[in-house]
Structures are given as structure tokens and as C-alpha cells.
Design a protein around this ligand. Structure first.
Ligand SMILES: Nc1nc2c(ncn2[C@@H]2O[C@H](COP(=O)(O)OP(=O)(O)O)[C@@H](O)[C@H]2O)c(=O)[nH]1
Ligand SMILES: [Mg+2]
Ligand SMILES: [Zn+2]
Length: 294
């Protein structure tokens, strides 16, 4: 059986990419037998009926990752995108995206986009606040083309979710990055009946280097129901060196004395803004937790 990757599913049909061709498939039987819904990003075995030429997904290969919102399988990395301006950088949303990537076990990358709109201070402020996190930071602009080659390099061979507030330039980035694919290897987007890319369902966009981008309206709802307050700290990579060095074993790093995380802020190892937003989120999670277990 040939193997392919599901780009998208619409109305009971799945569009499976195999050797630069997209095959329209159904998934007869798979739902019923295993209660398994095929997802974009799934690697599948499929077959083509000799009589009517219809495609069918026969098997979904094991998933490494399964995201719920957006519903995508086998995601390797997440690019948390903000604009330097227009819309104004929402750092709380950025932190939430980074936290979700950590929680799902996906490599996160920060993309500060629209750097052509920098006023001379904003970009420096964002970078100095986030360089302590250790996440790779890409500075880009679809307008000036800065950072786009670096971005292409990072997307090679991976399934990457492009997340971020509406208006930060995600769709424009995708249109720019997929155009080179169209020029180099033929009109793949034409084959699956799509013109300029717009965001509706989660969909894998094939790139020249063999990777995929997922543009998504999702990943904007930050669901904290069911979280243990103590789990939040684990999603801050720059806190990791400090955890364990606090006076109290179960330090929340919010109100306890002799807290190594707070000390690290003074020593310039953790940024004040990241910490302040951590405290804010911690309190929300704690309140939610307490109201359920009181
Ligand atoms: N100045 C500037 N504008 C951009 C850039 N990228 C996108 N835009 C504009 O920002 C607006 C929102 O872009 P879009 O790609 O739809 O954002 P999305 O909502 O994240 O998908 C559009 O008017 C784009 O033309 C950029 O790099 N620089
Ligand atoms: Mg968009
Ligand atoms: Zn502490």
C-alpha cells in the first residue's frame, strides 16, 4: 500500500499527499473499528479502488503527538508569532502559546514578525525579555523579506504549527513561503483546489523543503481547567535551573520568602515581565483549582 500524509479533511474526504500528488480518500471502516478519526498530519496507508478510482485510507500509522485544538497529528514544532506592532505585541498570549507547546512536548520557536514596523525600541524590548528563555527567536518581515530564509531552514522536514493572534501576519508568511514551492515543484495548491491561502480548518501546507506549515485559528483558547497550580513552573524553561533551590520545597515562587526564582530576576537570569505574567497565571490557575477542591 502507498503511504501518504493527510493535508486536510473536509466533509468526510481526506486529502492525502503522496509523491507530490494529492489523492482524495474516504476512510471507510476506520472510524467504526477503532473509534479513530483521521487528522491532518496523520501518516496513512491508502489504496485506490481499481473500478471507480476512489481512494480509501486503510490504516493510520502511530502518532507521535496529537493536538486537540487545532486537531492535528504529529506536530514537531510550534512557532509562536507576534508582531512588533500593529497589532501591539500581546506578551501574555505569547507566554500562553509557549506554555501550551511545553505542555504538549513540542519545540517552540518565537517569531517576532513585521519588524519593518519597529519604532526603534519595541523590538529590542521584546528580544531582551525573551532571550533568557532560550527559545530560538526569529525576526521577520514579509514586507522586507528579512528572516524568511532562516524561517525556511527551521521548517525543513517538520510539521510546524504557526500560532498567534489574528493580524500578526501568519497567512502572509504562509503565502510567501508556499509560493516558492509552487514555482519550484508545480502547482500543488491548485491540485487541492485552493487559491490564496485563507484560514478555516486546520490544514497542512506543503513547503518546498519537504516540511508543512499549519495555519490555525485555534490555539487561542488557553484552557486551564484541571491544572495543578504546581505544574505551571515546569513550562518555563528559564525557571528550571532555579527550581529546587528555593527555601520551601513546594515554593510557588509567588509569595514565599527566599525564592530562587525571584533572586534570579535580580541577577538578570529571568525577565521581570515573564515572571509577572507567570504570577498572574499562577493565581488564576490556583483560584480555579481551589474552587474545585474546596
Ligand atoms: N508592515 C507589514 N505588514 C504586514 C506584514 N505581514 C503582513 N502584514 C499585513 O498585516 C495584515 C494581517 O496579515 P495576515 O497575514 O492576514 O495576518 P494573520 O491574521 O496572522 O493571518 C495584512 O494587512 C498584511 O498585509 C509585514 O511583514 N509587515
Ligand atoms: Mg490568517
Ligand atoms: Zn521559589
Amino acid at each position: 500500500l502507498p503511504t501518504g500524509v493527510i493535508l486536510k479533511g473536509i466533509g468526510g474526504f481526506y486529502y492525502v499527499l503522496h509523491n507530490d500528488t494529492v489523492v482524495e480518500c474516504k476512510a471507510r471502516g476506520i472510524f467504526r473499528k477503532k473509534e479513530l478519526t483521521p487528522l491532518p498530519g496523520d501518516n496513512v496507508d491508502f489504496s485506490i479502488n481499481q473500478e471507480d478510482g476512489s481512494g480509501n485510507i486503510d490504516k493510520i500509522l502511530p502518532r507521535t503527538v496529537e493536538l486537540i485544538r487545532p486537531a492535528v497529528a504529529n506536530v514537531n514544532q510550534l512557532i509562536a508569532t507576534i508582531a512588533v506592532s500593529s497589532p501591539r505585541a500581546d506578551l501574555m498570549l505569547l507566554d500562553k502559546l509557549l506554555i501550551m507547546a511545553e505542555k504538549e512536548g513540542i519545540q517552540a520557536i518565537i517569531c517576532v514578525n513585521k519588524i519593518d514596523l519597529d519604532d526603534g525600541n519595541s523590538l529590542d524590548e521584546i528580544v531582551s525579555e525573551y532571550k533568557l528563555t532560550g527559545y530560538p527567536i526569529i525576526l521577520s518581515s514579509s514586507k522586507t523579506k528579512e528572516g524568511l530564509n532562516e524561517l525556511r531552514e527551521m521548517l525543513k522536514g517538520k510539521i510546524t504549527v504557526l500560532a498567534g493572534q489574528s493580524g500578526v501576519g501568519k497567512s502572509t508568511l504562509i503565502n510567501t513561503l508556499m509560493q516558492s514551492y509552487v514555482m519550484e515543484t508545480g502547482d500543488v495548491s491548485g491540485k487541492i483546489g485552493r487559491g490564496k491561502h485563507t484560514t478555516r480548518h486546520a490544514e497542512l501546507i506543503p513547503l518546498a523543503e519537504g516540511g508543512f506549515l499549519v495555519d490555525t485559528p485555534g490555539f487561542s483558547s488557553f484552557e486551564i481547567t484541571g491544572w495543578e497550580p504546581s505544574e505551571l513552573q515546569a513550562y518555563y524553561p528559564e525557571f528550571v535551573h532555579q527550581i529546587g533551590a528555593c527555601r520551601f520545597n513546594k515554593c510557588s515562587h509567588v509569595h514565599e520568602p527566599d525564592c530562587a526564582v525571584k533572586l534570579a530576576i535580580q541577577e538578570g537570569e529571568i525577565s521581570r515581565g515573564r515572571y509577572d505574567r507567570y504570577s498572574e497565571l499562577y493565581k488564576i490557575i490556583k483560584e480555579n483549582y481551589d474552587s474545585r477542591y474546596r
